[in-house]
Write a protein that binds this ligand. Sequence first.
Ligand code: B1M
Length: 235
Amino acid sequence: MNQKTLFQRIESSVFGGDAAGAGRLADEALRGGADPLFILEKGFTKALRMVGDRWEEGEMFLPEMILAAEAVKEALRVRRPRLADSAVREGVAGATCVLGSVRGDIHDIGKNIVGTMLEAFGFRIIDLGTDVDASRFVSAVGETGAGLLGMSALLTSTMPEMGTVVRALEEAGLRRRVRIAIGGAPTTPRFAEEIGADGHADDGGAALRLFQGLAQEPPIPSAARLSRSEARHAD
Ligand code: B1M
């Protein structure tokens, strides 16, 4: 099957909420030697975003969007082991990353793609799931000693929660121990900067490169970033 036909069939499986069909297509593409991340990002994810646009325009209903999401999840499930197989580990083995979708947000497909990519490249992932409040992020970073934290938000209404988490880490005296990256459709590099995060990524590949870079940075950020309480801890 050529790429155009494959992408057309992927699109119909997602629009039709056909999880079994999406899984079969993912499997077929894998056996045909397709790059797992390319098919995921340019095929399944693209189709799901189109479903979102149709829903926003009132041309599709919420249950259809839910079924479309389930179809993409099935394709991700099929591809997950293959993403791991194709990974080239690049000196970050053992770097621990706490990951979660922020409070009020149940979107998790993008977060799961990022988690799968990171895991495939040797990171240890502690996935807190969805609707994670600031105190759970703080406890997880404190208890596991993770040096990396990744947050995902898909709603403009849940984005501010990312800033709440950064502040909660500062108040707990943990901010200087952890590098923070954010992502999700409405987020931007500028927003990351505004809330005091260390980076932003647009997709799975960019997230991988970002976390690889952050994992190799020295663990203690500049004094300028320390909150007053952290500065006291550092003295
Ligand atoms: Co929702 N939804 N949804 N939804 N949904 C959006 C986000 C929306 C843009 C649709 C639209 O209007 N066009 C809109 C938000 C509008 C806004 O805030 N401005 C919206 C809405 C309004 C809602 C509800 C409020 C609808 C309702 O109930 N009335 C509701 C909210 C629920 C909640 O969270 N409290 C809701 C519910 C749902 C479903 C349950 C039906 C389902 C989610 C299923 C699930 O995730 N398990 C769903 C879906 C599927 C979507 C769309 C269609 C697709 C999202 C997705 O999975 N994309 C979405 C439309 C869109 O995004 N254009 C939409 C594919 C995924 C691979 O991409 O998540 O962007 P993405 O992840 C990317 C990058 O962003 C990045 O890498 C990923 C891989 O490329 N990335 C990171 C993500 N996280 C990262 C973290 C990083 C780094 C990179 O570092 C840590």
